[in-house]
Design a protein around this ligand. Structure first.
Ligand SMILES: Nc1nc2c(ncn2[C@@H]2O[C@H](COP(=O)(O)OP(=O)(O)OP(=O)(O)O)[C@@H](O)[C@H]2O)c(=O)[nH]1
Ligand SMILES: [Zn+2]
Ligand SMILES: [Zn+2]
Ligand SMILES: [Zn+2]
Length: 267
């Protein structure tokens, strides 16, 4: 996480950052912010669980196809499930407007200069966003392959998208993000015939080098290829969470230990 760029301080948590405490240093202020974020995330997760909603955090570099995938997902699943979306961007209502046009509720968080969502921003959004009756809540994080992975929002699962135009070595270069993924989606696979140097098997190999055994699905929201496997993962993940809730439990994204040395040629 970028401890130096100041991106940890957001409109949501600013009050915690500037509460004067004798003897604090820049490092302890940042640790304080992350601890406060974790507390808030646990509180958010309790809200989600109380309403029986499965919350999924979508992360990727800008433009990898998060909103387009959500549009395609809503199209297919909206008759069977009630879906809500929280959108995160630095500016504009564009993504929330695209989701609303598909007939499901969407709330836009605009972060100003912050390059990630945090748990305080999501809690604030929940005031504008009734969870009653929802089956799935998708949170589309700010497009960024670094910082979003370090902030728990209270979600149950992380999904990381990697579009084929970005290069198949991204899991090696951005290990924090790809270690955090419970499901990796290789998007825009309709473009693979034009991008001979993107090898999906090599991309998956780099994910495995991070000791991450999450599913790596190849799909295209443009031509529909591979989408059924994604929908199956969503249905299965929701059913598993319903069973946990019925037994008084819940879940959160898996914390994966550091794996094999990074940037090696994948096995
Ligand atoms: N060829 C192709 N293009 C796609 C696909 N999915 C998305 N795109 C295009 O990629 C561009 C970015 O898509 P978005 O869905 O807005 O990406 P995003 O990840 O939501 O972007 P940010 O919210 O800005 O980070 C758009 O021009 C889409 O039409 C796909 O499966 N195939
Ligand atoms: Zn940052
Ligand atoms: Zn609350
Ligand atoms: Zn988007």
């Amino acid at each position: 996480m970028c401890n130096t760029c100041g991106c940890n301080i957001t409109p949501g948590n600013r009050k915690h950052a500037y509460t004067p405490v004798a003897g604090t240093t820049a490092v302890s202020v940042l640790q304080n912010l992350l601890a406060k974020n974790d507390d808030q995330a646990a509180h958010n997760r309790a809200h989600f669980d109380q309403h029986g909603v499965l919350t999924i955090n979508l992360m990727s570099a800008p433009g990898s196809g998060k909103t387009t995938l959500l549009e395609a997902t809503i199209e297919t699943l909206k008759d069977a499930f009630r879906i809500g979306v929280i959108e995160g961007d630095l500016a504009t209502e564009n993504d929330a407007a695209r989701i609303r046009a598909k007939g499901v509720p969407a709330h836009q968080i605009t972060t100003g200069s912050a390059c990630h969502l945090d748990a305080h921003m999501v809690h604030e959004a929940l005031h504008h966003f009734p969870l009653e009756g929802l089956d799935f809540l998708f949170i589309e994080n700010v497009g960024n392959l670094v910082c979003p992975a370090s902030f728990d929002l209270g979600q149950h699962r992380n999904v990381t998208l990697l579009s084929v135009t970005e290069g198949d070595d991204k899991p090696a270069k951005y290990p924090v993000m790809f270690r955090a993924a419970d499901c990796v989606l290789l998007t825009k696979c309709d473009l693979l015939p034009l991008l001979e140097d993107f090898d999906p098997a090599r991309a998956e190999g780099y994910v495995r080098n991070l000791a991450n055994d999450a599913p790596v699905l190849r799909l295209s929201a443009r031509n529909g290829q591979g989408l059924n496997a994604w929908f199956d993962w969503l249905r299965q993940t929701r059913a598993q969470q319903q069973a946990r809730l019925a037994a008084g439990g819940t879940t959160r994204p898996k914390a994966r230990p550091e794996g094999a040395p990074l940037n090696e040629t994948p096995a």
